[in-house]
Design a protein around this ligand. Structure first.
Ligand SMILES: *Cc1c(COP(=O)(O)O)cnc(C)c1O
Length: 433
């Protein structure tokens, strides 16, 4: 492992590139001041040749690491044969991919998949499926189906999905919104029970809330939600776009509680870090509500995506990435918990997916992230409170340890600068462009 050089000096080339990008890019993101040019495994390189350890994996889309050779080969092989055909025709690559995926999900005899591209598209698929099931199977009065969602959920950015977000940044002035959603407090089974009515067709949740700050519900919550949904004749639909495919130390996070959902939404890592590939998989009775013309996507399930998706699933198995996530994840959690810093309020997570919540009266998470960047470690805070640790599952143990050491050092330095003093907001100006 060759370590990144430990300086991040202001550079005209980097500043120029950032200005160019800003001039032509909508301001809907606030990127850290680094301009990436290449990646391999858990390492990224910027345009100046500086190396960084990736502790975020593009929100879990890069669980396989950057430019995984086998995935790049699957991509280029398929691209040179047939990349896009549309679902107007059958294509050779689709069945093997979905056979594998539906088999892994294990949602029962006759369960099937509907492929799409970005994750939000498959959340939309799930919403449509749940509503049709509600009207056609459960017998909810036309136009009255409701879906119960958690407060502080994150399911994507379409107008329907942001309509049931509890985050004002996501919603402000984007209305009017799609009706038919009710909220409950994540992790609170009584709150969930109270939100379900005779009109409820589905409960849609993340098994662990990602963007909310890596919120792990109390043990038994998912199993209790499963029982409740069975009792009330309501579908349980899990959004495992971020938690799925090994991230939590199991193939799917629902396995931790020995349950099966009625519908499962996958994305992010399903594209092997190379392409947007997402999918909604459901039990027969749910997925069979779709008939010809009821839903579609021009690129959804294209041969290129199918070939890469299949290879992505095979790599997870062949390289033992799930066991790796469990083992290295336990190590990560234990090491982060052992850091003694008054700046830390909580450390939580599962597998290679850990959030460190900071005391924001003393330091902002954004500040820590900027200092980490300077030291050659890339991650991103969520909600300016929580630092996320979600490295590629292929990460070497030594690299992970170096990342943790660097984090501990950054916290120690910030703490010594911060006594008593005001809240630290930025990395030293000279270190950032
Ligand atoms: C990222 C994410 C989405 C949205 O996926 P996109 O590919 O950005 O549309 C939905 N749900 C969860 C849990 C996510 O983490």
């Amino acid at each position: 492992m060759s370590r990144p050089q430990r300086s991040h000096v202001t550079s005209p080339a980097t500043a120029r590139q950032i200005a160019r990008e800003r001039a032509v890019t909508a301001a809907n993101y606030h990127p850290l001041p680094v301009v990436l040019a290449a990646g391999a495994g858990e390492w990224l390189t910027d345009i100046e040749g500086r190396r960084y350890l990736d502790l975020m994996s593009a929100y879990s889309a890069v669980s396989h690491g950057h430019a995984h050779p086998r995935l790049v080969r699957a991509l280029t092989d398929q691209a040179s044969r047939l990349a896009t055909a549309s679902r107007a025709f059958h294509a050779q690559a689709l069945a093997p991919f979905l056979e594998k995926l539906v088999g892994l999900a294990g949602l029962g005899e006759g369960s099937k998949a509907l492929p799409a591209n970005g994750g939000a598209e498959s959340v939309e698929t799930a919403i449509k499926a749940a509503r049709r099931w509600g009207y056609r199977v459960k017998g909810i009065a036309a136009g009255h189906a409701e879906i119960v969602v958690a407060r502080h959920n994150f399911h994507g950015r379409t107008t329907t999905i942001v309509g049931f977000s509890s985050d004002d940044d996501y919603r402000a002035d984007f209305g009017p919104f799609t009706p038919g959603f009710r909220h409950f407090d994540f992790g609170d089974i009584n709150s969930l029970a109270a939100a379900i009515t005779d009109r409820t067709c589905a409960v849609l949740i993340e098994p662990i809330q990602g963007e909310a700050g890596i919120i792990v519900p109390p043990a038994g919550f998912l199993a209790a939600a499963r029982r409740l949904c069975d009792e009330r004749n309501v579908l349980l639909i899990l959004d495992e776009i971020q938690s799925g495919l090994g991230r939590t130390g199991r193939m799917f996070a629902f396995e931790h509680e020995g349950i099966r959902p009625d519908g499962l939404i996958l994305g992010k890592a399903l594209g092997g870090g190379l392409l947007p590939v997402s999918c909604f998989i459901a039990r027969r009775e749910v997925i069979d509500q779709f008939d010809a013309g009821s839903h579609g996507s021009t690129f959804g399930g294209n041969p290129l995506a199918a070939a890469v998706g299949l290879a992505a699933l095979q790599v997870i198995e062949d390289e033992g990435l799930i066991a790796r996530s469990a083992t290295l994840g336990a190590h990560l959690l234990a090491r982060l918990r052992s850091i003694e810093s008054p700046l830390i309020r909580d450390v939580r997570g599962r597998g290679l997916w850990v959030g460190v919540e900071l005391d924001t009266t003393r330091v902002r998470a954004g500040t820590v992230v900027e200092h980490l960047l300077v030291q050659g470690v890339l991650t991103k805070d969520t909600r300016d409170r929580v630092i996320r640790f979600a490295p590629p599952l292929v990460i070497e143990r030594a690299a992970l340890d170096w990342g943790i050491d660097t984090f501990a050092q950054v916290l120690a330095r910030l703490q010594s600068q911060n006594q008593p003093g005001p809240v630290l907001r930025r990395a030293p100006a000279e270190t950032l462009v």
